[in-house]
Design a protein around this ligand. Structure first.
Ligand SMILES: Cc1cc2nc3c(=O)[nH]c(=O)nc-3n(C[C@H](O)[C@H](O)[C@H](O)COP(=O)(O)OP(=O)(O)OC[C@H]3O[C@@H](n4cnc5c(N)ncnc54)[C@H](O)[C@@H]3O)c2cc1C
Length: 321
């Protein structure tokens, strides 16, 4: 039985929430396997220490200026060096843009199994069982690999972040990273920032049934605000330019697991369901009683959303006093 290696991701100088989710998964399935993490970046030794105390286990870090920005070449070599140092049975990487980029290269370089888009890992009889969505979310595949080692990318928001303390320590890893073949130029952040649906406890999403962009601030946002939540959307809303992509829930948007998801004027196509069906409680408002969204809803309201939403918003405000 090998160890588990969590590849943490640094964003704006700190370990991302998604990396704490990987740590939680690692603790869930460890069953005696040692947990290691790798932290890469420039000026990250403090974050590495902190991560070791918050679920990262025994943390290795490489703190170098050339790692200040993501580089597929340097990161692949660094992860390989960490694998050599820790002999993991499982390498966990977040399903983020850099994760998609680096994980298959690491798996190919190690000649081991590769599982993308995993949303759950379980330990059954000592074996690791991976669950991933296939056929655009129509089926969940449970996969056991024959290989001795697997690299898996895990969807952010698929599990809760590790909470509490652990007693790991951080240690610098000496590795020859060579040179990068690609040069980092710049990161461009889209203008309308500030929406991270994966962290919202409540999401009120609007679909094509809203009919026009101005209906979102008029009908959807007031309910989201009243509930202290965030606004989301289906893909046609984003494709039409009514809201930026960061609002999109679904297979080509965000996978979210809020406590409460309210779908307004959303039919419930499989590509949307795959992004929200893990929500704790789902309310659907749709005027079509046969809309597929009702199949996953805990509470279905067959009605015109333009009549229901203002009343619901007023009722929430009244209840909150
Ligand atoms: C590769 C691929 C990836 C995709 N990725 C995504 C994704 O990430 N996310 C996503 O959402 N979709 C995605 N889609 C698109 C998806 O297939 C659907 O087309 C889309 O989800 C439909 O959006 P909708 O429910 O808002 O619109 P529609 O399917 O048009 O549904 C609108 C609904 O609003 C209801 N309605 C209309 N007026 C009212 C009213 N006044 N009151 C109440 N209800 C009303 C209607 O009854 C209807 O059910 C993807 C498609 C493909 C092929």
């Amino acid at each position: 039985m090998g160890s588990i290696l969590v590849v943490a991701e640094i964003q704006k100088g700190v370990v991302r929430e998604a990396s704490y989710e990987l740590a939680a998964l690692a603790h869930k399935v460890a069953g005696g396997r040692p947990i290691h993490s790798l932290v890469l970046g420039s000026g990250v030794s403090g974050e590495a220490e902190s991560f070791a105390k918050k679920g990262g286990g025994q943390v290795l870090y490489i703190d170098r200026p050339e790692l200040a920005s993501y580089s597929v070449d340097l990161y692949t070599r660094a992860i390989r060096a960490a694998v050599e140092a820790t002999s993991p049975e499982l390498v966990l990487i977040s399903n983020t843009p850099s994760g998609w980029d680096v994980a298959p290269r690491v798996a190919a370089a190690l000649d081991c199994a590769y599982l993308s888009d995993v949303f759950s890992v379980d330990s059954e009889g000592g074996k690791l069982v991976f669950t991933r969505r296939v056929f655009n979310g129509k089926l969940d595949a449970r996969v056991v690999t024959k290989a001795d080692r697997a690299v898996a990318t895990v969807q952010p928001g698929a599990t809760a972040a590790f909470q509490g303390a652990s007693d790991g320590a951080a240690k610098a890893l000496d590795a020859d990273l060579g040179t990068a073949r690609a040069k980092f130029v710049e990161t461009r952040v889209s203008e309308s920032k500030g929406v991270d649906l994966t962290k919202a406890d409540v999401i009120v999403s609007g679909g094509r049934g809203l009919g026009a962009p101005e209906k979102f601030p008029e009908f959807v946002k007031p309910l989201a605000d009243a509930l202290g939540g965030a606004m989301g959307a289906s893909r046609p809303v984003v494709d039409a330019g009514w809201l930026p992509h960061e609002y999109q829930v679904g297979s080509s948007g965000q996978v979210v697991t809020p406590k409460l998801y309210i779908a307004c004027g959303i039919s419930g196509a499989i590509q949307h369901l795959v992004g929200m069906k893990g929500s704790n409680y789902i309310i659907a408002i749709n005027k079509d009683p046969d809309a597929p969204i009702f199949e996953v809803a805990n509470l279905g309201v067959v009605a015109d959303l333009f009549e229901v939403l203002p009343k619901l918003t007023a009722a929430v405000k009244a209840a909150k006093g």
